[in-house]
Ligand binder design. Structure first.
Ligand SMILES: [Zn+2]
Length: 220
């Protein structure tokens, strides 16, 4: 920690992202217990048609509320808590050692201006800061046009909605690299699949997925 960070920690001590109480970590022990009791905390690494997907939570209960608050209620500071869930899990840290570059699912400039931040980018950057082998690269995958909000669409519509909306620039930076793509929630996989396809076509060696949660309801 540098001087400025020390000062900031002194003025704004870390608080638990769930209960809001002051705590040395961004999620306190009793809230962590609550999440485990709720059975939404279930770190997994699955292999689906050759693409590995690592996620921490089932998209339900407290964590679902927190993700919604983070995305839609102007709570950018929650990125610290979310990145801590990844960094404090040994299995996840070991998994992340397989990659060179972390990229987040992009938003259009217009959307970022409306929300004030890209929620996936903040977490992916923080994960890179805490992983010696990972570099966060911005401006590689870009979103070329605005789309309807995925959550308002059916499964089939979601795949059509994101078709050909992403593109890779600065291709040489990802050539033959092992990439981990970060997004907040995995629902039908439409966004993730379109992004991984675009990145692979641009010459990456591998692309796998990392998300906070997986939504099992919407998969049906
Ligand atoms: Zn707490």
């Amino acid at each position: 920690m540098n001087f400025l960070e020390n000062m900031l920690t002194f003025i704004f001590p870390p608080t638990c992202g769930i209960c809001g109480r002051e705590n040395e970590n961004y999620v306190c022990k009793s809230c962590m217990e609550k999440l485990k009791l709720e059975k939404t905390y279930m770190p997994q690494i699955i292999d689906y048609k050759g693409i590995k997907h690592c996620y921490i939570f089932k998209y339900e209960g407290i964590i679902r509320q927190k993700i919604l608050q983070y995305k839609f209620k102007d709570n950018p500071y929650l990125y610290k808590m979310f990145s801590e869930f990844f960094m404090k899990n040994e299995k996840v840290c070991r998994f992340l050692k397989n990659y060179d570059i972390i990229i987040s699912v992009p938003m259009t400039k217009k959307k970022i201006a409306q929300r004030g931040y890209n929620q996936a980018e903040l977490i992916a950057k923080q994960i890179a800061i805490n992983s010696p082998n990972l570099t966060y690269l911005k401006n590689i995958l870009v979103k070329q046009k605005e789309t309807s909000t995925q959550s308002s669409l059916s499964k089939k519509e979601r795949f059509n909605n994101v078709k050909n909306v992403y593109k890779v620039q600065n291709m040489q930076k990802i050539k033959e690299k092992n990439i981990i793509l970060f997004d907040d929630i995995y629902t039908t996989g439409a966004t993730c699949k379109e992004c991984t396809k675009t990145i692979m076509e641009a010459g990456a060696k591998t692309v796998d997925l990392l998300t906070i949660a997986k939504d099992f309801e919407k998969m049906k």
